[in-house]
Design a protein around this ligand. Structure first.
Ligand code: CA
Length: 320
């Protein structure tokens, strides 16, 4: 089987953990590197969390790179209201890890090197703010041309935000609007985005999630432990179902057919605005007569998504 070669750029993060667990469990994926960026929490916490996830999944051999400590212009606000101070709900008892395992090469340099060594073969999965990718672009303007494709968790299609300050932007784009702008305008490879509104419109049955939370393998217990606090937020927000952000992006990267409705559109990012800084703005009527630069995934084959995610926790001989 030809495996899809992945670089995962993340700000782990609870749903980043789910996304990485999904990628590592897939026989059709090869994770070449995980790069870390400031976002949900500080970048050192992100690095530690990624090592914890790799430890639980028995894939500590995958290289992890530390990336940007701040957004390009502003210092964005971390999402401690959902992910806790350390990105995984400040829980005790998570695996101890050796931070010396973090590679010395900067994440943006590593992205460029690995993509240069595998030209046209790498799918870049972006599930955090886009700062590392923007810096990779500034180091090498041809970075995008050397990618196979890029799939991004981020942006808006209808101006709904998911940040406590009430702004009309999605978290990853809001955290570093300039980086998101650069990526949409300059990353010259096929780009697919999964917006916050698409997350809300593709929710999953609570009963299905409860079945996963009741599995008692070490990997499933880790997953249910880190999810517990965030589920209180879902209850508080009265979501009708469970919402998947980052894992859906991994699924889209590996199986394009999981997207059952999409639109190709020219989109940019608002860099000003009191309430809309960081909002993705789409020219859905093509009034500017500008060629599309993104495919926006709108609807997901939820049965397939549930099947893919459930398989992460299926028993194997190693009980992971
Ligand atoms: Ca994330």
């Amino acid at each position: 089987m030809d495996k899809t070669k992945l670089i995962i750029d993340c700000d782990a993060g609870i749903d980043d953990a789910q996304a990485i667990m999904l990628a590592l469990a897939r026989p059709d994926a090869e994770v070449l590197a995980i790069t870390c960026v400031s976002g949900n929490t500080e970048v050192d916490h992100v690095c530690r969390n990624v090592l914890r996830i790799l430890t639980i999944c028995d894939h500590i051999e995958i290289p992890v790179y530390r990336g940007c400590t701040k957004a390009l212009v502003d210092h964005g606000k971390h999402a401690k209201f959902y992910h806790g101070l350390d990105g995984l709900c400040d829980l005790k008892g998570l695996p101890e890890v050796d931070m010396n395992l973090i590679q010395t090469e900067h994440a943006s340099c590593a992205m460029n090197r690995i993509v240069g060594e595998n030209q046209g073969k790498i799918t870049l999965i972006c599930i955090g703010p886009l700062t590392n990718v923007a810096v990779a672009l500034r180091l090498n303007p041809d970075f995008g041309k050397q990618l196979k494709k890029c799939v991004i968790m981020g942006g808006n299609t209808e101006g709904q935000g998911n940040i406590e300050d009430g702004s009309a932007a999605e978290f990853n784009f809001h955290f570093d609007p300039e980086a998101a702008y650069m990526v949409l305008h300059e990353l010259s490879c096929p780009i697919t985005t999964f917006s916050w509104e698409a997350v809300l419109q593709n929710q999953y049955p609570w009963d299905w999630l409860k079945r996963i939370l009741n599995i008692k393998t070490s990997k499933a217990i880790f997953h249910s432990t880190i999810l517990r606090t965030s589920l209180d937020k879902h209850n508080e927000w009265q979501f009708p179902g469970y919402s998947f952000c980052d894992p859906t992006v991994v699924a889209i990267a590996l199986k394009e057919t999981i997207v059952t409705k999409s639109r190709d559109v020219f989109a940019t990012v608002e860099l000003q605005g009191r309430l809309s800084r960081g909002q993705m703005v789409s020219d859905s009527r093509n009034l500017q007569k500008t060629p599309p630069n993104v495919k926006q995934a709108l609807e997901i084959d939820r049965d397939l998504m549930m099947e893919m995610f459930s398989s992460v926790f299926e028993e194997r001989s190693d009980s992971k």
